[in-house]
Design a protein around this ligand. Structure first.
Ligand code: DP6
Length: 362
């Protein structure tokens, strides 16, 4: 996909002040993206569920840029209603890197206002919701100013590509229900550059599938995802891992289509534990799981054995546990298991989430 477009330059006297505003959810990877190369390209394909309640809202306001503002991209950044120079500097760098793609970014003065529905850096992929929301705002602006993207295919593809450049996993948040990122035989149109929708292929049991996020710890992670990806380069298990991920995709995709819950559960739990095993096997080694994470994993497996209910866990790059289960066992999980698991969570914190409809323009 060619992204550079020198023609996206505004005739400034025709532009009035305005804004765009998107709400975009986080997503939970079932097969994990862990290891990358080139410009944010994945070492293996991944698939995720798009969530609903864990989201970022981003409002991008624009006005005339003063002639003495010499910044290539002039921007103020508010996070949770407060000016945040640290996030502002990161966003500014990212937007500067996008100047060849959206030259109009250099022509106006921007105010970014962003809020999360969940604690930042809690390992629930705040970068996925944040970067997808920002990418959607940028594509909406391109379309508003130049009419180049329309609704649907081109818009989604570009939004997913831009989101990926901000944070790999963000490219999957653009689509409702589920998305596949990474070239894979049997998935039409799949690409390493952007995600493609997979929601229509999902078995009905996965529509509205629950994901109760158990917040074991909401503190800042000692090793960021970015640093974790980089450590895969020296990891002796990297090559077999990428091969394994491809094989697991080949097994999981049919299970997602047929609704085979036992196979689904086995693969996603194996995947979660592999991800953390890779961290432990990095040089330097590190550990993001906490005692509470392990206690939850053990209790979930025991509860499943005791009740026969299809409840499974997955984990992102953090200590928090995602509990995935179908609607039919909602009452048993919420009435029993979750109450027990809350005792391992920081201040009993959980986020009740579910597979949902994807981003929305506000
Ligand atoms: C464990 O997308 O946060 O959540 O591309 O460096 O921003 P960057 O990394 P990021 O990595 C996510 C890793 C993961 C697995 C996944 O979401 O596939």
């Amino acid at each position: 996909m060619i992204l550079e477009n020198p023609q996206l330059v505004l005739t400034l006297d025709e532009i009035e002040d305005g804004h765009v505003h998107w709400r975009s959810p986080s997503n939970i990877a079932l097969i994990k993206y862990w290891g990358k190369h080139g410009q944010q390209l994945p070492q293996n394909p991944s698939v995720s569920f798009t969530l609903t309640n864990a989201f970022t809202e981003t409002r991008l306001e624009y006005e005339a840029k003063s002639s003495d503002d010499l910044r290539p991209v002039a921007l103020d950044f508010y996070f949770e209603n407060e000016l945040n120079p640290a996030f502002g500097a990161k966003t500014q760098l990212f937007l500067e890197s996008l100047l060849p793609v959206f030259p109009f970014l250099g022509q106006l003065k921007w105010t970014v206002k962003t809020v999360n529905s969940f604690p930042h850096s809690a390992g629930i992929a705040s970068s996925a919701s944040a970067m997808s929301a920002l990418a959607l705002c940028l594509c909406s602006l391109e379309d508003r100013f130049f009419g180049t993207l329309g609704e649907g295919g081109d818009f989604d593809k570009k939004a997913s590509t831009i989101a990926r450049l901000g944070s790999g996993s963000a490219c999957r948040s653009v689509f409702e229900h589920a998305a596949v990122w990474g070239k894979m035989a049997g998935i039409a149109g799949s690409s390493d550059e952007f995600a493609v929708p997979f929601g229509e292929e999902l078995h009905p049991v996965f529509q509205g599938f629950h994901d109760d996020i158990l917040l074991v710890s909401t503190g800042e992670k000692p090793v960021s995802s970015r640093a974790g990806h980089a450590l895969m380069d020296g990891n002796p298990f990297a090559a077999p891992r990428y091969e394994q991920a491809r094989n697991r995709m080949k097994q999981l995709i049919p299970a997602l289509k047929s609704g085979d819950l036992p196979l689904f559960g086995k693969i996603i739990e194996d995947e979660a534990l592999t991800l953390h095993a890779l961290m432990m096997a990095s040089d330097p080694s590190y550990l993001l799981l906490k005692p509470g994470s392990l206690a939850i994993i053990e209790r979930v497996r025991n509860w499943r054995a005791e009740t026969g209910h299809p409840v499974f866990f997955t984990i992102d790059a953090g200590p928090n546990i995602h509990l995935l289960y179908p609607e039919e066992i909602f009452t048993d999980v919420r009435g029993g298991l979750i109450e027990e698991l809350k005792t391992f969570c920081e201040d009993g914190l959980t986020i009740a989430d579910f597979v949902g409809e994807g981003p929305e323009e506000v």
